[in-house]
Design a protein around this ligand. Structure first.
Ligand SMILES: NC(=O)c1ccc[n+]([C@@H]2O[C@H](COP(=O)([O-])OP(=O)(O)OC[C@H]3O[C@@H](n4cnc5c(N)ncnc54)[C@H](O)[C@@H]3O)[C@@H](O)[C@H]2O)c1
Length: 437
C-alpha cells in the first residue's frame, strides 16, 4: 500500500502560460472537482482541450455528441472537445455470443441478487471488447490531439474518470441499501462485495477509475516524448481518494467514508502513477477531500467530513476567508441553527468511539457495519436538516471552496511534482484558501 504522503507545504508558482495546453481527460460537470483545475488553466492562459464519454442511444449504441451537445459542452469547458466517444468500462459491450454484462443482470430477481451466478467467461470477453473499443477510440483521439498540441509547449493532462456501476435495474436498489440502508434495510457491503454482482462492480471500477489512467499515459507517449525532448514539461494528474485528515477535536486526524467500494480501484490508480513515475513519467495522483458532486451523491454521509473545513479555516489563519465562507454558510442555515452547532454535530460524529476502528489507515478500505451505517446516516440527516432549503446547502458552498483550492494546489504542484501520490488534507486546503483570499 502507498505510504501516507500528505502535502504539507504550499507549492510555489507554476510556469504555465499562453500556448501551453491543458487536457481534461473526462467530462466537466457543474460541481465536479475538475472545475477547479480548469479555472486555473484558463487563468494562466493555457489552451484547453477536452474529450467526451459520448452518449448511449436507446438501442444501447454509443455515439459522439450531437452538434448541439458539442457546442454546449465546448462552451462549458471553454475549449475544443475531441468528439470521439471515450466511455470506459464494459457493462454494455458484448461477449462473443452477443451478451453484454447488463443483459446477464436483466434476469436477476430482486430477492435473489445475492445468489446470482454470472457467466465469467462471457464477462471477460466483454471486458476485453470494452478495452478494445476504448483504446481504438483513444488512438483516434490522440491523432487529433497531436495535431492540436504544438511542439515546444508544456502540457498538463488531468484524469478525472471514476465510476463504472453497471447500468442494470437490479443494482440501484441493492446499492441504495448498501450505502443508505439501516435497520431492516441494512445490507452489508462485504456481503455484496463477495457476490457475483459485487465482483462485477469491482472489475468495472478497475477499468473506469484506474486503468484509463494507464491508457492515457500509454497513448499520449508521442506527445510526451516530442514535447519533453524540446525541453518542455509534460505532467499527468489524477484525482484519488484514500481518506482525508480533518480536524477532530483540535487534531488533524485521518478518517474515511465507509464503505468506499471504489477504494481498491483508487489504490490501483496510485500503483499506476507510482509505476509510471519510476519509468520517468511525471504522473501524480492527488488524494482529495470528500465533497458533494454528481458522483458522490449516492454516498449519504460522505459530506460530514466536509463540515470541519470551517474549523480548519479558523485554525489556519481565519480572517477574511473564514468570515466570507462562514457568512455564506450561515445564510443557508435555518433560523436557530448556527455554524457552531453544525461543527459540534460533525465533531460528535467524527470523534465517536464507534468510529475509532474505522479510522485506521492500514485497514482501508473497510466495509460497513449495521451500527456504523445507522450512526453515519442519522448524523448526516440531522446535519442536512439544519439547512433551510435541501437544494441549497452548506455542503455545496464548502465543496466549491474545496475544489477551487484543490485546483490551485494541483495546478502548481504539477509544475514541479515531487511524488507520484499526495494527500491534500484539510490543513493544506484551508491554508491555500486563506492565502488566496
Ligand atoms: N467527490 C468526492 O468526494 C471525491 C473525493 C476524492 C476524489 N474524487 C475524484 O474526483 C474525480 C472527479 O469526480 P467528481 O466527484 O468531481 O465527480 P464528477 O461526476 O464531476 O466527475 C466524474 C468524472 O468521471 C467521468 N466518468 C464517469 N464514468 C465514466 C465512464 N464510464 N467512462 C469515462 N469517464 C467516466 C466523467 O466524465 C467525469 O469526468 C473522480 O476521480 C473522483 O473519484 C472525488
Amino acid at each position: 500500500m502507498t505510504k501516507f504522503n500528505p502535502l504539507r507545504t504550499l507549492p510555489g508558482p507554476a510556469g504555465y502560460g499562453k500556448g501551453d495546453v491543458f487536457v481534461l481527460f473526462g467530462e466537466l460537470f457543474g460541481r465536479g472537482y475538475a472545475n477547479g483545475l480548469v479555472d486555473e488553466a484558463r487563468k494562466s492562459g493555457m489552451t484547453i482541450i477536452g474529450i467526451t464519454m459520448g452518449r448511449r442511444e436507446t438501442d444501447g449504441s454509443l455515439r459522439p455528441l450531437t452538434d448541439e451537445e458539442l457546442v454546449e459542452s465546448e462552451k462549458v469547458l471553454g475549449g475544443k472537445i475531441i468528439n470521439i466517444p471515450l466511455e470506459a468500462g464494459f457493462d454494455m459491450d458484448r461477449s462473443v455470443s452477443g451478451i453484454a454484462p447488463v443483459d446477464q443482470l436483466k434476469g436477476i430477481k430482486s430477492d435473489a441478487w445475492d445468489s446470482a451466478e454470472l457467466d465469467w467467461a462471457a464477462i471477460e470477453q466483454s471486458r476485453m471488447a470494452g478495452i478494445a473499443r476504448f483504446t481504438a477510440n483513444l488512438a483516434k483521439v490522440m491523432v487529433e490531439m497531436e495535431s492540436l498540441i504544438p511542439d515546444g509547449v508544456n502540457v498538463l493532462f488531468s484524469h478525472t474518470m471514476a465510476g463504472g456501476i453497471p447500468r442494470a435495474r437490479i443494482l440501484m436498489p441493492v446499492l441504495n441499501r448498501v450505502f443508505k440502508g439501516q435497520g431492516e434495510r441494512f445490507t452489508s457491503s462485504e456481503v455484496f462485495w463477495k457476490t457475483d454482482l459485487g465482483k462485477l462492480c469491482s472489475t468495472c471500477f478497475d477499468e473506469v477509475t484506474a486503468n484509463t489512467f494507464q491508457h492515457l499515459i500509454d497513448f499520449s507517449r508521442p506527445v510526451r516524448e516530442r514535447n519533453e525532448s524540446s525541453g518542455k514539461k509534460v505532467a499527468y494528474t489524477a484525482y484519488g481518494y484514500h481518506g482525508c485528515e480533518v480536524l477532530i477535536g483540535d487534531v488533524y486526524t485521518w478518517q474515511s467514508y465507509t464503505p468506499y467500494l471504489q477504494g481498491w480501484a483508487k489504490m490501483r490508480l496510485e500503483e499506476i502513477a507510482t509505476a509510471a513515475w519510476e519509468r520517468g513519467v511525471r504522473a501524480t495522483v492527488f488524494n482529495c477531500p470528500e465533497i458533494q458532486t454528481n458522483s458522490s451523491a449516492l454516498f449519504l454521509g460522505v459530506e460530514i467530513s466536509l463540515y470541519p473545513l470551517l474549523a480548519a479555516l479558523q485554525r489556519e489563519g481565519g480572517g477574511a476567508c473564514f468570515e466570507r465562507v462562514a457568512a455564506a454558510c450561515s445564510e443557508l442555515l435555518k433560523e436557530g441553527t448556527t455554524i457552531q452547532g453544525l461543527l459540534v454535530g460533525a465533531d460528535r460524529y467524527l470523534a465517536a468511539s464507534l468510529l475509532k476502528p474505522f479510522h485506521v489507515f492500514s485497514s482501508w478500505p473497510q466495509h460497513n457495519t449495521p451500527d456504523q451505517s445507522a450512526f453515519m446516516l442519522n448524523s448526516a440527516t440531522s446535519m442536512l436538516e439544519m439547512n433551510k432549503d435541501s437544494k441549497n446547502i452548506v455542503c455545496a458552498e464548502l465543496s466549491r471552496a474545496v475544489f477551487q483550492a484543490v485546483g490551485r494546489l494541483i495546478h502548481r504542484t504539477s509544475w514541479k511534482p515531487g511524488a507520484p501520490v499526495y494527500w491534500l488534507n484539510h490543513d493544506i486546503v484551508a491554508r491555500e484558501l486563506v492565502a488566496g483570499e
